[in-house]
Design a protein around this ligand. Sequence first.
Ligand code: TRP
Length: 389
Amino acid sequence: MTENSHTSNASSMPLNQAAGTTGGSFTEGSAEYTAAGNEMSASFLADKKRSDALKIKIRKDPSHFTMLTGDRPTGRLHLGHLFGSLMGRVKLQNMGVHTNIIIADYQVITDRDTTEHIQDNVLNLVLDYMAAGIDPNKTMIYTHSAVPAENQLMLPFLSLVSEAELERNPTVKAEMEASGHELTGLLLTYPVHQACDILFCKANVVPIGKDNLPHVQITRTIARRFNRRYAKKNPVFPEPSALLSDTPEIPGLDGKKMSKSRGNSIKLSATPEETAKLIRKSPTDSERMITFDPIHRPQVSALLTTASLCSGRPATEIAAEIGNAGAGALKAYTTKVVNDFLAPLRERRAELAKDMDSIHDILRQGNKRANEIANQTLDQVRDAMGMRY
Ligand code: TRP
């Protein structure tokens, strides 16, 4: 697939308003980037198509693929992460894909000026991963700050993108507005840093949400430009593809976008009682009859979606069953199926949490391995650039 192919069709169709951003696309010649705001653009559809095709290829020959994805250590993971990404990572891991997870600690300071709780957040991410089924013997888990050679890729990579390209990234713009901060140099350039995450281990599969699509686009551009400029005969980097989740975005309990900061999400690490309380407090509407209607009844529908995912039953079936019993009954049912569904994961998590030294060791081992890989890649980069002295 060429870089231009998904910019040719300018038509777009409306999408889910909650999405802040969608993918865009580069064209090499003009370095043109088209962001589509709140609309499903032609480029998003092309990304989705490419992602679906990739899934088929992975199934055929999993060991041919290297996955890299990750999270910012800004808090505990929630149900949205579990269905939207963790379960997919575990599946790839168990299929035999080479799997890598970055705990993106330097991304925390893209738009905030504190690293408070960072140790705690990082170690708890490792716990969340392992409770969800990530096996550190199969999946490398590492942090940005522990891998200098990965960070060093940033210098040659920055030389491969223009200021205009950086400024056109719709996700960076949205994040800057949401933060209320000025645009810092790191926020402007973190998509390039994310390219370092992906390319240092030569990942060719990047599971992400659609707000991260522009970052995968720029990663592809950087890989291509590096190879073209310095490594024509022996390309150093693959051009990775985004893998989009099949699970539609799960709304928060209030019907709004689920977010760590909004308090509308069920944490994997929460107790059954905390979960019950959160669901009990979640707002509904004044209509007693329970129906599944995400547009007109986002709050009731968010509960139904949550219950549906955790019970494996269609939301409409649950709604019909509860019917006139009202929101109280819906909340009781949702609480039960969420807590039942999460019970084994929470049990594993609590068991693992008894020995935080081992969790720390797992991270140290991941970091050690990541350093080996990053040093190797950086050597290849230096070779290609004639900078090995
Ligand atoms: N930006 C991602 C997020 O906020 C986290 C991340 C950092 C990431 N580096 C990555 C995702 C590399 C995929 C690949 O969710």
